[in-house]
Each structure stands twice: as C-alpha cells, then as structure tokens.
Write a protein that binds this ligand. Structure first.
Ligand code: AHR
Length: 638
C-alpha cells in the first residue's frame, strides 16, 4: 500500500511527538518537613597556577617572562628590536640584578643607535597583548644604565601594521639600579590582542634591565591586580570561599619546588619565583598576599591549604623533628593571614600593605596525600593538627585522605576530609547517589575538586549535564558535604595543560562554559534546609536527577532539575506547605541541542541561561522539563 507523501510526513511527526516525551512523573515536596540541614555556603572556587590561570590569566600583568628567565638558547619571550641601521646584542647577565631574589638581568649592549634608528627589545605578552581604545596602561622597570643611553621609549605596537598604538618616554636618572614607572595611553583603536610591547633606546651604551611590567586597568583599580572580565565572571558564580593555593601547585614536583609562601610575599623584586608543577615557571608575583586580596575583592573567605611534607614525585618529610620546620611554617602562615599588627607575621603583612587580618575558618593540611605510598600521612596530619589546634583551636582542619581512627589520638581527628572526583559524564551520572547512604558520624566532607571531564579546553553541554547531576547529589547530601569547588577553574585556551576547565580565555576575551552557567545558577539558588520529597514515575535507569533545598527565612524552594535524556519529562509537582493563593515561580533554563554543543571564544553565548515565569495557584502545578535541559526553579511558598 502506498501513502501520499503528506500523509507519511504526518505519520512520522505523530509518532515522533508521541515518543518525544516520557510519561508524567510525580514530585511531592513537603516544605514543612525538614529532613536535613543544607550548607548554604557550599559552593566555592579552586584553582592554582595551571593552564596559565594566573600568569597569562587572572593576574593582569601583560608581559611574559618579566624577570628574564633564560632558556637553553636565549631569554624566552624577549627579542631584539633593531630599527634602521641600529646595532645591538642582548644576553643574560647571571651576576647583575637589582636584588638577592633576582640576581640576574638582561644586558642590552647597543653599539649603534639614534632617535631615527633606535635599538631595544620586544615582548609578545601571553599569546598577544590586548589593546583597547582610550585606555591607560601602567608599568615599570628596573634599569642599571648610563643615562646617556636614554631616554627609554616604551610602546605598544600592532603586529600586522606596525602602527604605534600607545607610546611614552622615560628619562634615565642615574647609574645604579633604579625603578622607573610609566603610563601609556592608547588612542582610538579596535580592540585586538595582535600587538606587542617594545622598549628601545636612542643612543649607544649598555643597559641592564629587570622586572619589566605592564598592566591594563584592573578589577577595582587594584595595583598589581586582576583582570576585569575574569573577576566579573567569578563574582557571578556567587562563591563563598577560595581554596588556595592548590592543588598540585601547593606540593610542587619536589619538596624544593613546593609553594614556599614566605618567598611569595613582599616587594615583587624580592620574590625569586619557583618552578611550578604544570610545565612553566611561576614568578610568584601572584603570591600569597595576592591570593588573599583576591578573596577580599570577591568578598569570600580563603580555605588555606598548608604544605604538609609531601611532593608529587613521591618525596616526603619524615614525621617528627624533620617535619617541625614545616609545621612552624604553617603556624607562621596562619599568623600572616590572621595575626594583628602586634604579631611578627601580622606586622609583616601590614608592612606588605594589608594591616587588616583576613577572616579564616578552615585550614587544609596538604593535598591529595593518598598518593603518599609511604603511609606517612596520618602521622604528618597528627603533627600538624596538634600544633595548629594548640595555637588556633578555633579553626576546622581538613585532611586530604581518610585518617584511620586508630592512628589518631582523641582530638587529632580531622573535622573534614577532602574528596576529589574527575569523571566522565556517564560516571558522574552513576555517582549521583554516592553520598546518600554515607555515614553521618565521622568527619564532614569537602569536595575540594570535582569536574565532569570529557571536552577540552572547557566542558561541553554533556559535561554540564554530568556536573549538574552531580551537584544535585551534593545538594541532597549537603548536611554532610559542607563545601565544594570545581577544578580547575581557569584555562588560557592557548595552553591547556589540563583537559577540562570551567572558564576559557585568551589575551583579549573570555567565556563561560555551559558548566559555568550551571554552577552560577545552582550557587545563586541554594537554601539552608532540605525538605522531604519523593519522585515517582521515573525509570530508575533514566538520566533524570533533581534536588530540592529551602530558604526558610525567604520561604522559597529551590528546585534543581536535570534532564540528560533526549525526551521531555512532564512533572506534576505537589507542594505541601505552599499557600492556597496564586504564585509566580521563576525558571532558569539551560539547554543544549546535543551533548557536544558548547561555548567557545568565538561563540561565547551559544548556551546560556534563559529566564521565564511559571504561574500556578495553590499546591499543585504541572511543568515539563525539555530534553537535554538543566533547570533551576524558585518556587515561592507564600
Ligand atoms: O585540578 C588539577 C589537579 O588535579 C590538582 O592540582 C590536583 O590536586 C588534582 O590531582
């Protein structure tokens, strides 16, 4: 039998629409029956110097290798500029620098130069230097030179055209090492990162240079501050804390390469820098105080991780007398954060420009110490815990691996244990109920690193579904899970050392991944209690997840729904405890057409939250969650 074409089409459409949704499921919520407390301060941030998160990322410094680290062939990132018939050479002078911390410098020997044929150096920034219209750039450099070689001309130049986008001159004022500051102003120009920096002189002579810096306007106009677009994105995540300074970055590959906080504070010229574990050198210009000022700018608290005597390549410090200097260093670090100006380290912080102590409630001892196969962690943890609790009984201590009960004295047990999860979307869906039956008698949980990991450099919508599903599980168990932070947070897309990272950027612009938007929504709509609820009519193997928390004071339910299937899911909601009148709920919806759909630098808003309202009367409402959709619904109870 033959059907006419229009009939065939309508048969296909009818069968598709019949199959396009699941049977109705029933979600009953009893707002008055609170079964667990929730942690309203659960969501926070975690990153470290990875993927050029700070240098070439959050930290707004525009010049790369500003302390002239040499590599096997030259001085990375710096090239000679010779205009007209100028002649010069540059090399590393390992024995002449402005400070003990920076004992080396770049030596520029100019044999021929004139105002018409200047000689000098150029720097490409971190894969470009963003220049925008009518913008002020501030910078400085240390120089040791005969003033006759000057003045020094500083410019921002367009790579393709050679156009001078901003320029200024600095007169040299003496022979010994001195610091010179300058400002540059761009004129009318199209925003672009295809630019470089030049520093040139107009006369023959020799000049030594060190610590050449250049900053655009920073967030809140802070000197030595942070990139505006990234800070705005972080603020929109509504974080409660920042876990700092790592991660593997805390531990270093070796004990020598650990985050040795004392060497990361004070004037930049007194910071030697250190080799980070993610393949590049850290100048430590984004050091401990900059981490803390970052928390202050976001109005959040630090969760301070202290180095605990284990490094990535397996070195560990034997508990006992050998560990004592590290324990003392942790005590000093806490004093640097929290001590008043009468304490040794509090006074040091005041000298560094921050008289007010920082708030602190949590201290983490180490990072991922389950990797320490020597079995030394329980004893190392106990030694740190005893010393910290003696001097600072008010702080909660976080262990990075379970501490067997029989290996601690009473009072040494951790308050929280830090669990980490990096999983594929399927594994994340399967883990959603992981904590539902976990014992409530031991330490609380800090999920200090978690992420659905498949796409690169940032999560696609499939990863966002995995992340949102996992967040429903954390919220349902937020009587146990006190805090959680996705990792890593930041990636310069030109250098992704880690596969999946939340926020991507290059020198010019940035974007939030679908997962970023899911986290913004979940964190902005989190209650302080978990009401009793039941969901029926869903196939247990279906990838459909939910959580419900309640803001008791505001009398609002925050319902999170994750439909990771390709079928719409109709729901009938029964809200026991809601008033009998008319209600307007607010729906925030995030949808992707496929698991592979994503945001990029070129298409930053392909997937973004869409807000709508839902009107209902009394205690019952129906609502359909579209296929491949994450929703957050604020349901008013009155
Ligand atoms: O987030 C990236 C790395 O993953 C962290 O540095 C480490 O703690 C974990 O193994």
């Amino acid at each position: 039998m033959r059907f006419p074409n229009f009939l065939l089409l309508s048969l296909v459409l009818t069968s598709l629409s019949a199959a396009a949704q699941q049977p109705v499921a029933h979600l009953k919520i009893d707002a008055a029956n609170i079964v667990r407390h929730a942690s309203p301060r659960m969501y926070g941030l975690m990153t470290e110097e990875i993927n050029h998160s700070y240098e070439g990322g959050l930290y707004a410094e525009l010049l790369s290798n500003d302390t002239f680290r040499g590599n096997w062939m030259s001085i990375a990132q710096w090239s000679l500029v010779l205009k007209g018939d100028a002649a010069a050479t540059s090399s590393l002078d390992p024995k002449d620098g402005p400070s003990t911390a920076l004992p080396q410098s770049l030596e520029l020997k100019v044999s021929s130069a004139s105002p018409a044929s200047p000689a000098g150096l150029s720097n490409p920034g971190y894969w470009g230097i963003a220049v925008r219209s009518h913008t002020a750039y501030t910078g400085s450099f240390y120089a040791e030179a005969n003033p006759a070689i000057g003045p020094v001309t500083i410019s921002l130049i367009a790579n393709q055209t050679g156009a001078v986008l901003a320029t200024t001159q600095v007169a040299l004022t003496g022979n010994g090492w001195r610091r010179y500051a300058f400002q540059l102003h761009s004129g009318q120009t199209e925003s672009s990162a295809e630019n470089h920096f030049e520093l040139t002189v107009a006369h023959p002579g020799t000049m030594h240079l060190q610590l050449v810096t250049l900053f655009p306007p920073t967030f809140d106009d802070q000197p030595n501050g942070n990139r505006q677009d990234l800070m705005e994105k972080l603020a929109a995540m509504h974080p409660n804390f920042i876990r700092l300074p790592g991660g593997n970055y805390l531990e270093g590959n070796t004990i020598k390469e650990r985050f040795d906080w004392e060497k990361t504070i004070g004037p930049l010229v007194d910071r030697p820098g250190h080799q980070g574990p993610w393949g590049y050198w850290s100048t430590d210009q984004f050091g401990l105080l900059e981490f803390l000022e970052w928390t202050q700018e976001l109005h959040v608290e630090p969760v301070l991780a202290v180095y605990a005597g284990y490094s990535l390549k397996g070195e560990h410090v034997t508990p006992g007398p050998d560990l004592e200097p590290y324990v003392q260093s942790a005590l000093d670090e806490v004093e640097y954060l929290t001590g008043d100006a009468n304490t040794h380290w509090g006074a040091e912080r005041a000298r560094d420009g921050h008289p007010a102590p920082f708030p602190l409630h949590y201290i983490e001892i180490g990072n991922e110490d389950w990797f320490d196969r020597s079995g030394s962690y329980p004893a190392r943890f106990a030694q740190f815990a005893q010393a910290l609790r003696k001097k600072y009984p008010q702080y909660k201590l976080i262990a990075t691996a379970p501490i067997p009960e029989d290996s601690t004295k009473p009072g040494d047990a951790p308050d929280l244990v830090d669990d980490h999860y990096y999983k594929s979307p399927e594994q994340m869906f399967a883990l959603v109920h992981h904590y539902d039956a976990a014992p409530r008698t031991g330490p609380k949980v800090f999920v200090g690193e978690w992420a659905t990991v498949s796409a690169t450099p940032t999560p696609d919508f499939g990863d966002a579904l995995g992340d949102a599903a996992w967040m429903t599980g954390m919220e349902r168990n937020s009587d146990l899970i006190k805090m959680a932070s996705y990792a890593p947070l930041l990636v310069n897309v030109r250098n992704a050392a880690w596969r999946t990272n939340l926020i991507g950027y290059d020198a010019l612009s940035s974007y939030g991944s679908p997962s970023y938007y899911a986290q913004c929504l979940f964190a902005a709509h989190m209650g302080d209690a978990i009401p009793q609820s039941t969901l029926t009519g869903i196939n247990p193997s279906a990838r459909f997840f939910y959580s419900i928390t309640e803001s008791r004071q505001e009398r609002v339910l925050h319902l999170k729904l994750v439909n990771a299937t390709t079928l719409a899911q109709p729901l009938q909601l029964a809200l026991q405890g809601a008033g009998s009148g008319a209600h307007v709920a607010t729906v925030y919806s995030l949808h992707g057409a496929t698991f592979a759909a994503t945001n990029t630098l070129q298409n930053p808003q392909a997937i973004h939250p869409v807000q709508s309202t839902l009107h209902f009367t009394g205690t019952v409402l129906t609502h359909t969650v579209p296929a491949l959709t994450i929703e957050v619904i604020d349901l008013p109870l009155q």
